[in-house]
Design a protein around this ligand. Structure first.
Ligand SMILES: [Zn+2]
Ligand SMILES: [Zn+2]
Length: 209
């Protein structure tokens, strides 16, 4: 699955589909065929050939659909988000702020609103003090959904040691909400640190509890 929404600039149809061959279902299941043959099939139906998603290999999965120019996104009314005061927590400002959503910066960062200073900002679990029951479950669900996937090679195989490290890193992530995402090593024993921590010592050699 993509971790980012596609840009309209990546929408491909008809001759803009770069692949020479496409997969298309003409009513009898997916078939591999020349792109130009598929475009002709779509035109006969007064429609266009649309690349369903960016091709991963040589051939593009495609569908027959109507396209109008200039290209534009569907329009949907957007409601202003409201602050839910049940999602309070003791904040860095010294008072109660509110969780409002996803920070969209680093893994685990949540968007918060400080009504005292009238500012929105991003916060991690470890920076939050006491919080409401509702906020606690918001954070738990948010962090579960934000966990990075486990490591896998090109064939989808996962190394046993990688899997154990991933389990330990994501378990700690659910407590701290921090995911550093860079390589680091323990300055005492030289082991490779789990990717959630920005520390320079491993768990065994940590000076803090
Ligand atoms: Zn505040
Ligand atoms: Zn160590």
């Amino acid at each position: 699955m993509p971790d980012r929404m596609w840009s309209l600039a990546e929408f491909r149809f008809d001759e803009a589909i770069e692949a020479a061959e496409v997969y298309l279902d003409r009513g009898t299941g997916l078939e591999l065929m020349a792109r130009d043959e598929a475009i002709a099939f779509a035109r006969e139906r007064g429609a266009n050939l649309v690349a369903w998603w960016p091709p991963a290999g040589e051939a593009a999965p495609s569908v027959v659909a109507k396209v109008s120019l200039p290209l534009r996104w569907e329009r949907v009314p957007v409601e202003e988000p409201t602050v839910d005061e049940r999602l309070w927590f003791d904040a860095p400002c010294g008072r109660r702020d509110f969780l409002v959503g996803n920070g969209h910066t680093f893994v685990g960062r949540m968007a918060a609103w400080c009504p005292h200073e009238g500012v929105g900002y991003n916060v991690s679990r470890a920076e939050m003090g006491a919080m409401s029951e509702e906020a606690r479950y918001f954070v738990a669900g948010f962090l579960a959904g934000n966990e990075p996937g486990y490591p896998a090679d090109a064939d989808g195989e996962t190394d046993e040691a990688d899997l154990a490290a991933w389990r330990a890193a994501t378990a700690r992530f659910r407590r701290t909400g921090s995911w550093y995402g860079r390589w680091g090593t323990c300055q005492v024993c030289g082991c490779v640190l789990l990717p959630d921590t920005a520390d320079d010592r491993c768990h065994e050699h940590s000076t803090v509890g």
